[in-house]
Design a protein around this ligand. Sequence first.
Ligand code: HEM
Length: 442
Amino acid sequence: VPGPTSGDMARAFRSVRRDPLTFLGRVREHYGDLVSFPVPGPPALLVNDPADVRHVLQTGARHWGKHTVQYAALGRVTGPGLLASSEPSWIEHRRLAAPAFHHERLAAVSDRVRSAADDGIRSRLTSPGPTVVDVSSLMHHIGLDAVGRALFAADLGGHADDLLRASSAAADIVVRLGRSILPTNEWLPTPTNLRLRVARRRLDTVTAQLMADRRSRPTPPGGIPHGDDLLGLLLDSGLTDDEVRDELVTMVIAGHETVAASLTWTLMLLAEDQVAQERVRAELASLPAPVSLLDHRDRVPWTRAVIDEALRLFPPAWVISRRSDRDDVVGGVEVPAGTLAIISPWLVHRRADTWADPEVFRPERFLEPGAGRTAYLPFGQGPRLCIGRELALGEMVVVLDRLLATHHVGLPDDWRRPAPEAQVAVHPRGGMPLELTPLRRG
Ligand code: HEM
């Protein structure tokens, strides 16, 4: 299998760390659909072909687990929660959490997500005239609040700053650990380990508080002991407190970073394309009832196409990794047990053989049924598909509805697209300053 040599990697060391997205793009361009990185031990492969990606994530998934540096790093923050876990207990935890994401449940919590969006907009956008705002920060704030209200029926408001700070510090450290070449010993008092400990302590304090608050709440007559949202389901499930904590931290981190990033890039694309923005605003305004978390499914096809296209161009989960537990064949090549597969939705979504003009924002392509779906995986694929997919898509429609109903989104005078930065999710480097102008009513 072709690929860069150790010398090439040593020369590219800085650019790999600074800008892994560009580095991976160059590697793919140079070596093709299956690339081997020079590592000691079992091979590390960059897998680009959609059929091979499907094999690793879907058809052959039973033998491709999550014992990778990426998930070990995440696990240092989330513990073996749903996202990081590679253990057989994963499926039980998934079954326990699943009802919290069912359609009826999402329909029932739509108004909470609407309120989270409205409160965020009202408290942060107070100017009567045009203001340049860091939309990324606003979306993080709303995203966190929405997860709290939708899944834990909790107002995270009092904890929001603490949680945002802790989860962003934790995300930072996860990225650092994921990229470090030397194995990191958890017990050494290195600066990274100390920062991680502080972030974990903050996350632990908030989750312990959430559990204690819920346990002290009286059960309504005939009601479910701890409620039917995710927090209630977990508390009633027989999981230990540590296991519940791991799932809560997982949902806080997986559930707000990704949605905030997707909304941020979507708003940038709509600021750049005013016709598309006007069409989203008109479509959402024509909904007969208040917007719901289920509307993305069939009631707002244009808005959904805009979101799908934004997720194609800026997939927050830019890399997915797996390790094989037995010999297998990938792309016609025999690979031994222990092989690492690196899959990058960022690259797969830019395949010129599937997507015409892949760098161009063109939501229309998603209006054609089935178009390009084989090379599209913003939420992953197979048994480990994102459990929060429906909630995330619903949330994006709700937040766009609330923001575009009250504000026009434009580009500031000195506009330059922020560079995408591959963190836990792909974020705009230095934030996303956009000009928000309140709309005149009537
Ligand atoms: C899994 C992306 C929103 C919770 C995943 C995976 C991807 C992904 C790619 C699969 C990872 C892998 O196979 O290794 C996204 C994107 C989102 C989003 C792009 C937003 C636009 C959410 C939300 C939640 C969530 C809102 C929860 C509140 C999870 C969990 C898993 C997961 C728990 C692990 C599922 C399992 O392995 O059973 N997500 N996600 N995500 N996501 Fe999301």
